[in-house]
Design a binder for this molecule. Structure first.
Ligand code: HEC
Length: 92
């Protein structure tokens, strides 16, 4: 979530308890574990367009409808998304 080569969530979000936020382009992720159930957190990370069609958050679990992706694969694997969502669920 802090690795610029992978999730890089910290580029846009405040991650509670983790220093290094670089912008407030997205909302703080404090409390998301209480705000959203696990299914919706998986949706947010995999492809937030499912929840919010005009979202500014990049999809991590698909490259569908993206242009110029190289290599043409999702940024995070299903296993990595599971680990991210495990962490999100602890932020209540
Ligand atoms: C390019 C900026 C950007 C990055 C990188 C990013 N997000 Fe987001 N995210 C957003 C924005 C913006 C929103 C608010 C929804 C909107 O306006 O599209 C959001 C919303 C969310 C929400 C819902 C928050 C709420 O309060 O309802 C979650 C959960 C979330 N992001 C998780 C993540 C995770 C986990 C990562 C890393 C794997 C990540 N985001 C990476 C921009 C980003």
């Amino acid at each position: 979530m802090t690795n610029p080569q992978k999730g890089n969530c910290i580029a846009c979000h405040d991650l509670p308890g983790i220093p290094g936020q670089t912008s407030n382009f997205g909302p703080s992720l404090k409390g998301v574990g209480a705000k959203w159930n696990r299914e919706d957190l998986v949706r947010w990370v995999t492809d937030a367009r499912v929840l919010k069609p005009d979202t500014l958050m990049p999809p991590y679990g698909t490259h569908q409808a993206l242009v110029k992706v190289n290599p043409a694969r999702a940024v995070l694997s299903a296993e990595q998304i599971k680990e991210v969502v495990d962490t999100l669920q602890t932020w209540r």
